[in-house]
Write a protein that binds this ligand. Structure first.
Ligand code: NAD
Length: 395
């Protein structure tokens, strides 16, 4: 039975960042990692962005093995016994630990139809499957108008594919962007050749010879019609992988609940990344963040704390995306249901959107505006009240 001073469940960016944190302090302690994917940790953002613009695949690896780690890949941890400090995996191996990190991420949500004919895009294997499909398929349905939908639709269109994008909201990225910006994006994608079908639910998908037939229902009229494509990719959100924490009776509520030191209901068990529900002081609320900066920063902090530091995680993570040639960085609560103020130097090309609530700035969207993330963080941390007019030109 392998014993590790540090056992990490999960094989993504958070896990790798934690190992870097551990190794900054403890170069000798034994580190084991159990990961469901057969690959060692890699950077996920290029899968929907840079790899479609020519970045070589070799550049995604995190080089985790260089940090003297035992990798147990292609395995799923099934049970956690806190009293025995023991994890058992699906292949019958038991592991014991001194400190444990749960960096289990999330699993794509699926439709109750379509089976494996719908590619729920998240992993390197998914990238390779989609690449292979692009060799001999031409017309792709992209289901979902969030991060995966908008990035994969652009990636496929930029690689000469016909794309039809289907999602329930009125505009691309509507949960994030103010309505006008989101509607602008529908037009922008259409100008790049993407067929954009907003306000549509996908209610069925059937295979018909070499084609896939999607049934889509209009959200307003409830009328249904079908569209035929060669392949279908979906990004309809993820569900945090909390099963192991639940099994052990750790606190779970929209993710694994951690304290400021990233401990999850036990001083020797930590959680980080997409799966962790943490408190952020600048926003004075709990968050669960499914983006790269949080994976890296929170993973690192968990590793440092597991190896002996006792610093709280107070970082307010940012995120970013590319939408054809447009790009942005964003930080804080960028929820389009909040009051928003746009400060555009060029409408929808370059500018800042402020998200406000109760006289405070809760979030900022930096649209083709760069190196202002720290300034935005400072603004979000200010207690207010802030006069909306004073925000013009602020970031
Ligand atoms: P998401 O939450 O960004 O988007 C989900 C989308 O699913 C919604 O916008 C909606 O359009 C769509 N949807 C929901 N129910 C639907 C239905 N019944 N029919 C059709 N569409 C439906 O999630 P995602 O795009 O799947 O991304 C998965 C995860 O990966 C997220 O955590 C995301 O943050 C992360 N990610 C981040 C980035 C980035 O930071 N740039 C890029 C890619 C993925």
């Amino acid at each position: 039975m392998p014993h590790y001073n540090y056992l990490i469940v999960g094989g993504g960016m958070t896990a790798d960042a934690a190992i870097r944190g551990i190794r900054e302090i403890d170069t000798q302690g034994t580190v084991g990692l159990i990961g469901a994917e057969t690959h060692p940790p890699y950077n996920r953002p290029p899968l929907s962005k840079a790899l479609w613009k020519g970045k070589p695949i070799e550049r995604i690896w995190r080089k985790t093995l260089e940090r003297n780690v035992s990798l147990h890949l292609g395995r799923t941890a099934n049970t956690l016994d806190l009293a025995a400090r023991r994890v058992d995996d699906d292949l019958g191996t038991a592991y014991t630990f001194d400190k444990l990190l749960l960096a289990t991420g999330g699993t794509p949500r699926r439709f109750p139809f379509g089976g494996d004919d719908i590619l729920y895009y998240r992993t390197l294997d998914d990238y390779q499957r989609l690449r292979a499909l692009t060799q001999d398929k031409q017309r792709f349905a992209v289901i979902g108008g969030g991060f995966i939908g908008s990035e994969i639709a652009a990636a496929l269109a930029m690689n000469g594919k016909e794309v039809v994008m289907v999602f329930p909201e009125p505009g691309i990225g509507a949960r994030l962007f103010p309505e006008e910006l989101s509607l602008f994006l529908n037009d922008h994608y259409r100008q790049q050749g993407v067929e954009v079908l907003p306000g549509q639910q996908v209610t069925d998908l059937q295979r018909a010879d070499a084609h896939l037939v999607l049934t889509i229902r209009d959200g307003k009229t409830t009328n249904e019609r079908t569209i035929s494509v060669d392949a279908a990719v979906a990004g309809i959100g993820i569900v945090p992988n909390t099963q192991l924490a639940e099994f052990a009776g750790l606190p779970v509520e929209n993710g694994i609940v951690v304290n400021e030191l990233l401990q999850a209901g036990s001083s020797d068990v930590y959680a980080s990344g997409d799966v962790a529900n943490f408190y952020n002081p600048a926003l004075d609320k709990r968050l669960r963040v499914e983006h790269e900066d949080n994976a890296n920063s929170m993973g690192k902090r968990a590793g440092l704390n597991m190896a002996g530091e006792t610093d709280p995680y107070h970082h307010l993570p940012f995120f970013y995306s590319d939408l054809f040639e447009l790009g942005y960085e964003a930080v804080g609560e960028t929820d389009s249901r909040l009051e928003t103020i746009g400060d555009w130097s060029e409408p929808y090309q370059k500018g800042v959107v402020y998200y406000l609530q109760n006289g405070r700035v809760r979030g900022a969207l930096l649209w083709n505006v760069w190196e202002r993330v720290d300034a935005a963080r400072e603004l979000i941390a200010q207690p207010g009240p802030i006069e909306p007019q004073s925000l013009k030109g602020r970031l």
